[in-house]
Design a protein around this ligand. Structure first.
Ligand code: ADP
Ligand code: ASP
Ligand code: MG
Length: 410
């Protein structure tokens, strides 16, 4: 087994010159003490990507081209890789920073949430074989025309896992500003506790439901290529959370984590003709407008009319609303449309749900006792998600946490 290791440091972890110095010490320690062949992946310094996006808005409103946007926002990582490589050299190991085109990390050609198509590893291996630490820019990709692309916000996690997947038997450590994955967001649930391990599937459900400690796509990749992944702190040596295929006792707890996201919006179409093909027409129009739909509920109205509600990311809700308004004006003139941005999506996730019945009942009971109305519901084998009014989101996380994690036997 090779001892390749990818160490990814997030924005806060490289947020200042002092922090970059600490990162360098940690990398050098890992190489010298454990003899690992370490590839470092870094994000932009904290706040930098937001600052660049804000600058674009100031100079161009919303009118800039995607190409220039990506050229701009990838600049944050260009700074942090070079500084990190310098700091590692100062600590006594040779290092070389690498931007996406210098590897190259190839992605498809659209600008936006790009998918990695290929990462050749010959350059990385050749540096490692010569004892040089490669420091790779996270978040960046290049397309076939050698234009910069990006992997979506938080995309350095995906760079790290993808590099690990491309190397043989490589482990991946995500070093961040928390010491692992918690049972709920620690800032809203004081009793949240750190998890020792999670399955890829649990982590995927948690990440896609709002636990932004890992970018969702990085978890999909880790799962697909079976990359052993550890989430831990760059500020301490505390043991982190292992993301693995299986762990001992993984079905003992019914619920492993509770998440909440408030960045979705709900669109409701009422008084729709209750006929075959209407839903297909609606979701075809949304697909054509590139709106990714999350939850869907259809209810039968009176006298042959129906209602459909769906949720999507708030950032796409205007596009979705406009596309739906046009559709009903042109083809379903008796129907009406409403947009609600005051919703929260709450999810309870756990491998134990595969073998324990009655979880949905308990979720509804706990929320009902607090007077919280459940608006929409979706489930998977290991997750139950509900849409509720946004103002109850933190309360709902705390009461569900108490019921499922603090008093699981009740
Ligand atoms: P980085 O800059 O290192 O990529 P992120 O801000 O992207 O860090 O991710 C770490 C953050 O994820 C934490 O500070 C925390 O606020 C948030 N987070 C959300 N859900 C969880 C959770 N369940 N456990 C731990 N952290 C979480
Ligand atoms: N710098 C990018 C962002 O802020 C990528 C990352 O931090 O992972 O989204
Ligand atoms: Mg992140």
């Amino acid at each position: 087994m090779s001892n390749y290791l990818v160490m990814k440091f997030g924005g806060t972890s490289v947020g200042s010159s002092e922090r970059i110095g600490e990162v360098a010490k940690r990398v050098v320690r890992q190489v010298k003490k454990h003899g690992d062949k370490v590839v470092v992946v870094v994000s932009a310094m904290s706040g930098e990507t937001n600052r660049l996006i804000e600058l674009a808005r100031k100079v161009a409103g919303d009118g800039y081209k995607a190409r220039e946007y990506h050229q701009l926002v990838t600049a944050g990582e260009q700074v942090s890789v070079a500084l990190t490589a310098m700091a590692i050299e100062r600590e006594g190991l040779p290092a070389q920073s690498l931007l996406a085109h210098q590897i190259p990390i190839k992605t498809n050609t659209v600008f936006g949430q790009n998918l990695i198509s290929e990462i050749p590893v010959d350059k990385l291996k050749s540096l490692l074989d010569r004892g040089i630490v490669p420091v790779v820019a996270g978040f960046q990709g290049v397309n076939d025309s050698l234009e910069y692309t990006t992997l979506g916000r938080g995309g350095s996690d995906t760079t790290a896992v993808a590099v690990a997947a491309a190397l043989d038997s490589c482990r991946c450590v995500i070093l961040t500003d928390v010491d692992g994955v918690y049972t709920a967001l620690p800032s809203i649930c004081k009793k949240a506790r750190k998890l020792k391990a999670l399955t890829y599937e649990e982590m995927l459900e948690l990440a896609s439901s709002g636990a932004k400690v890992l970018q969702t796509r990085s978890v999909s990749l880790a799962s697909k290529f079976k990359v052993p992944t550890l989430v831990c702190s760059s500020f301490s040596d505390a043991a982190g959370t292992e993301i693995v295929e299986e762990y001992e006792g993984m079905e003992d707890a019914v619920v492993s984590g509770i998440t909440c996201r408030t960045d979705e919006a709900k669109i409701t179409l009422r008084n729709l003709p209750d006929q075959p093909g209407v839903a297909a027409r609606i979701f075809k129009v949304l697909g054509d407008a590139e709106v990714v739909v999350d939850m869907i509920v259809q209810s039968e109205g009176s006298s042959g009319r129906a209602a459909i509600s769906f949720t999507c990311a708030q950032e796409f809700s205007k596009v979705a609303y406009d596309a739906m308004l046009k559709l009903i004006q042109q083809e379903m003139s008796e129907s009406s449309i409403e947009l609600d941005t005051n919703i929260a999506k709450l999810s309870v996730v756990g491998e134990g749900m595969r073998t324990h019945a009655g979880v949905a009942y308990k979720v509804f009971e706990v929320l009902g006792e607090e007077g919280i109305n459940v608006d929409m519901i979706t489930t998977s084998e290991i997750k139950i998600s509900v849409a509720i009014e946004e103002k109850y989101s933190e309360l709902a996380v705390r009461v569900l946490h108490e019921r499922f994690i603090e008093r699981p036997e009740s």
